[in-house]
Design a protein around this ligand. Structure first.
Ligand code: RUQ
Ligand code: CUA
Length: 672
């Protein structure tokens, strides 16, 4: 089949016009915007949702959890951004989670998530999430809905094609959106030497099957293209990864024009089983790099950050048969693999059709060497040799495709603001529904797995316009829920979301709800500053540091009267929540703290650092309304001038007079 340049061009002009004006070109088949079926998305009071929807937060750097079909927001999980609500990234214990080779980086741009899989199906253990801006991958534990680990990715910039996961969670991958000079090269080069000096890289991050801990197993150095998205093969294509690449022009300025010059870009097919063989055969070269690996320990309730200094790199020049390029029209965004692993769907943002490639044909084309030359030494396979077919006239601006369990694909159309349902076998368009407006990603429960759960589909739209009460210049982001159980897609519900969602996955509630961690056992707490009972609370001075071993239990803090702190002292409040009941956190804050509260779960210890900046009286209190006497859960810290002779003194429930010590003498033993 010949690619129809003329047709492409016409659609392109229309698409470009829509893109430039950012208007949605509404499909002619638009059903009423006021549609919806309240009964199908209604979850009665006291009833649970059917699915957990785990949604990327985009520029808020967090991950959010919603219920489906209700669209109710349950939790925002802090990942790459500090959270004033929980103290994540503010407490001494969690600050190391945000350490990088650039130091403390308390924000990122979070686009994609991947749920762990076993045998191609969701296993409900972990969520992986990418940080684009300062390349990182995080792992969230689905028993705590907390971030357990963050791994920085060296040799990378714009970690967009990330994280995508193999069918047994052998690897999550991370590929560069921005090619750059590698970390051990001199990056101080003219930008217009892009073609010589800029390289891409794909990181294969192994996942420990028991603990989930991540480790960069190897990287593949690639030509200096921009990787956009990716999917692992599954079933028959297990052992392969597929990456959409744009900017095969290797432009370094005005990419809008210069990276859209060629009629086709590429889908890169990576044979990672082959890469593993090369790795075993010692083909990888060591490269000196510098990146952070941050792990949160649930017993010490503390994160540690370790700097790592080496990665193994495979160079395709030394590793034949590892990489292949499939031509793909035109500036492809998503590459998605169907549940059987046979079909690879590439969505060319500016293309007039959606090409669907066949894995079987890919294998044959490789065996037959059906090549069309090379690109930077990598064989380019003949387009027709791998093509299963093209979905004709799907709409404008295809971005992403998800799948149901019945052999259908659903593709989001950014420019024409619709979702198009089509059949994998004969590529016929079956149905289309409008989205309000300009849909980006879409998600079907289990859609990226070998066994989609189906039933619902959620659209994550980029533009909200008139769907909600307006709130000044910034409008809420809009998601839409569709029923896909029948032949026609039906709009059920609009719901607002936080941040700017990109990819999301949904998993049956039954897989997670009974595994939830309720408390941390106090006897397992090995935090160096834990107080396992009120009898262990104390205050100690080490130079200008004052450490407070404090406990919280309904409804008092121990100690609650502290004296003998002097201006300039750094006070560390190590607060242990002594409760052992589900859903009884206590919070802690003190006047003037230039950090957030800490919110301490039952059995946990967290530390708030506070500097005494002036003489006076500083109340502290519990910030979480924990009991009828919550307002009584408070205390005072007295700050005296530098050189004061007020001895360090702490108490709860007693009112002994404060002790003065002659200058130079040791403080009197404190009382409780
Ligand atoms: S992207 S709207 Cu950052 Cu996944 Cu496609
Ligand atoms: Cu503890 Cu309020």
């Amino acid at each position: 089949m010949k690619f129809n340049y003329f047709k492409t061009y016409t659609v392109l002009i229309v698409a470009a016009a829509c893109l430039v004006s950012m208007q949605s070109c509404k499909p002619k088949t638009a059903q009423s915007a006021a549609g919806g079926d309240a009964s199908k998305s209604y979850v009665a009071p006291g009833k649970y949702d059917e699915f957990y929807n785990i949604v990327s937060g985009g520029f808020n750097g967090q991950v959010a959890v919603y219920g489906i079909p209700s669209g109710r927001l349950f939790r925002i999980i802090p990942v790459f951004s500090q959270s004033p609500e929980s103290g994540y990234g503010f407490s001494e214990e969690t600050k190391p989670m945000l350490n990088t080779s650039h130091g403390f980086v308390p924000w990122d741009d979070q686009h994609h998530i991947a749920l762990s899989q076993t045998k191609g199906e969701h296993d409900g253990r972990w969520v992986f999430a990418n940080g684009n801006n300062t390349p990182r991958i995080a792992r969230i534990d689905l028993t705590t809905f907390r971030t357990s680990e963050i791994l920085e990715i060296p040799n990378s910039a714009g970690n967009h094609a990330s994280p995508f996961i193999t069918e047994n969670s052998e690897y999550v991958i991370a590929a560069t959106r921005f090619s750059v000079p590698l970390d051990d090269q001199n990056g101080d080069v003219p930008i217009n030497t892009y073609k010589e000096n800029f390289k891409g890289s794909i990181s294969f991050i192994s996942v420990n099957p028991t603990s989930g801990e991540m480790n960069i197993s190897f990287q593949i150095r690639t030509p200096g293209v921009n990787f956009d998205l990716s999917r692992a093969g599954k079933g028959k294509s297990h052992g392969w990864f597929f990456f959409s690449c744009y900017n095969s022009e290797k432009a370094n300025t005005l990419l809008e024009v210069n990276a859209s010059a060629k009629d086709k870009d590429f889908v890169m097919a990576v044979n990672w089983k082959k890469a593993e063989e090369y790795l075993k055969a010692g083909k990888a070269k060591k490269q000196a790099v510098n990146y952070a690996h941050n792990v949160y320990d649930e017993n010490t309730h503390t994160a540690t950050s370790t700097m790592k200094s080496e990665v193994l790199i495979l160079d395709p020049a030394d590793c034949p048969d590892m990489l292949y390029l499939i031509p793909c029209p035109k500036s492809p965004h998503g590459t998605d693999v169907d549940p059987t692993g046979e079909y690879i769907v590439a969505s060319g943002k500016l293309a007039a059709s959606i090409p669907v490639f066949s894995f079987t044909k890919l294998q044959k084309a490789i065996a037959d060497k059906a090549y069309d030359g090379e690109y930077d030494g990598i064989p380019v396979i003949k387009y027709e040799a791998v093509l299963h077919g093209e979905v004709a006239k799907p709409g404008l601006g295809p971005l992403h495709t998800e799948f149901d369990e019945k052999g259908n694909g659903y593709t989001s159309m950014f420019v024409s603001s619709e979702i198009v349902k089509w059949r994998l076998s004969d590529l016929q368009v079956l149905d289309r529904v409008p989205t309000y407006y300009s849909i980006g990603h879409l998600s079907i429960p289990g859609g990226p797995t070998a066994k989609p759960h189906g039933k619902y589909m959620i659209a994550y739209n980029k533009i909200t316009k008139d769907r909600y009460l307006p709130t000044g210049p910034e409008l809420t982001q809009s998601a839409q829920l569709f029923d896909i159980s029948g032949e026609k897609m039906k709009l059920l519900l609009d719901f607002p979301t936080t941040g700017e969602p990109h990819y999301a996955e949904a998993i049956p509630a039954s897989m997670l709800m009974d595994k939830q961690r309720k408390i941390y056992k106090i006897e397992e707490n090995t935090h160096p500053y834990v107080s396992k009972g009120e009898g262990q609370t104390k205050v100690e001075r080490k130079g200008n540091q004052v450490h407070v071993w404090m406990t919280a239990i309904r409804s008092h803090l121990t100690p609650d009267n502290i004296e003998g702190v002097k201006v300039g002292d750094e006070v560390y409040f190590h607060v242990t929540n002594l409760e052992q009941d589900w859903d009884v956190p206590h919070g802690f804050a003190i006047k003037g703290a230039n950090t957030a509260e800490i919110l301490i779960m039952p059995g946990e210890t967290q530390t708030l650092k506070w500097v005494a900046d002036k003489v006076g009286m500083f109340p502290f209190y519990c910030t979480d309304f924990c009991s009828a006497l919550h307002q009584e859960m408070s205390g005072y810290l007295r700050v005296s001038p530098v050189g004061s002779t007020v001895a360090l003194h702490f108490s709860t429930g007693t009112n002994k007079p404060a002790v003065s010590t002659p200058a130079g003498a040791a403080a009197e033993p404190s009382t409780k």
